[in-house]
Design a protein around this ligand. Structure first.
Ligand code: ASP
Length: 343
């Protein structure tokens, strides 16, 4: 008899399981077991599915590090018993959560696939069924008695992406996500087309390590022409702040004005980590390419290279919680830990 993969479906909330509130007309999270009854197709899948749900499912706009720790704990407690995990999650912050979990789950050797939908599963035109069914199928894939995928991914609208490479790009199209700097891992058409050369390597011998404590003393600052010294100074002087993700222009450029660079320099000297990421939707930071980034390179701003903002902020939370020496922090941030940057 052929082996049946065991998949744990983790329901956190999101549109996929929502229903219209009778009074307000707004979409609200709904009971998960009722929701599953609407997908009889699940019984036809060639795997054994068990489910677990957040007690109070949430709209993913309410997602936070405590809820990430809950997801990580569920995976940790069920890691031995299951071959793969599918996390049902709202699309709004799904890229943040997939990025966070990729850092929290070190030495992952099984698939963790985030998915959700733009329309509730009960809606006639829903995208939920395809997303859910194919995500489960991909999580069940095995070759030579091992999982084919062993990383945190995001499946949406016929594409499997590396989770920490994704960003939400559209609030109404079924194609809600993209992976601007890394190719799709799997494409779903008549057949599933896999690109194994792009997958993270399977690491069977290392024990899964789960990092649940993230440091949230972080901020994202998006540069814009006209940003003032008082605004930037007010943020950089927050006493508990440990790191910021600075969204700069193009290949990592920002003003060359003295006040700007001296504020950053003072903050770095006081121990703050500043990560330079581009606010462009694709491409990489390359400090030193233009005069408008040379100054930042010289004062010790860290390059986020081609990382997304979602992966940068969660990687920052993760590394800050790890007690890393200052010189090592920069090296680690600029190195790919879970396939989140290209170089
Ligand atoms: N607001 C919803 C959420 O993120 C949107 C969705 O699920 O697509 O939970």
């Amino acid at each position: 008899m052929s082996y049946k993969a065991k998949i744990l479906l983790i329901y956190t909330g999101g549109t996929i399981g929502m229903r219209k509130d009778f009074d307000t007309g707004a979409l609200k999270a709904f009971n998960f077991s009722k929701l599953l009854q609407r997908i009889p197709e699940l019984k036809q899948l060639d795997c054994a599915i068990e489910t677990i749900s957040f007690n109070n499912p949430i709209d993913s706009s309410n997602m936070n590090p405590a809820a990430w720790a809950k997801i990580a704990t569920i995976i940790e407690e069920n890691y031995i018993s299951f071959d793969g995990f599918v996390v049902l999650h709202g699309s709004d912050t799904m890229s943040y959560s997939a990025s966070a979990l990729s850092f929290m789950l070190e030495n992952l050797a099984k698939p963790v696939i985030f998915t959700g939908s733009q329309l509730p599963i009960g809606d006639l035109r829903t995208d939920a069924k395809e997303n859910l069914i194919t995500a489960i199928q991909i999580a069940s894939l095995r070759k030579d008695n091992q999982p084919v995928i062993s990383e945190v991914c995001l499946y949406f609208e016929y594409k499997l992406y590396r989770g920490n490479r994704t960003t939400k790009i559209n609030a109404e199209h079924f194609k809600a996500f993209t992976s601007p700097n890394y190719p799709d891992l799997v494409e779903s058409g008549v057949h599933l087309k896999l690109y194994p050369e792009l997958f993270l390597k399977y690491i069977p011998d290392e024990k899964l390590q789960v990092h649940k404590d993230l440091n949230t003393n972080v901020a994202v600052i998006k540069m814009f022409p006209g940003i003032s010294e008082v605004v930037l100074a007010a943020i950089l002087n927050i006493p508990s702040l440990k790191g910021i993700v600075l969204e700069t222009y193009g290949s990592g450029n920002a003003p060359t004005e003295d006040w700007f660079l001296s504020l950053l320099k003072k903050a770095i000297t006081n121990g703050l980590y500043i990560i330079n990421v581009t606010q462009c939707s694709g491409g990489s930071v390359n400090m030193g390419q233009y005069e408008t980034s040379t100054g930042m390179k010289e004062i010790g701003v860290i390059s986020g290279k081609d990382i997304t903002t979602e992966a940068a902020i969660t990687k920052l939370m993760y590394l800050l919680s790890q007690n890393i020496a200052r010189n090592e922090f920069k090296i680690l941030f600029e190195t790919s830990l879970r396939g989140e940057i290209t170089y």
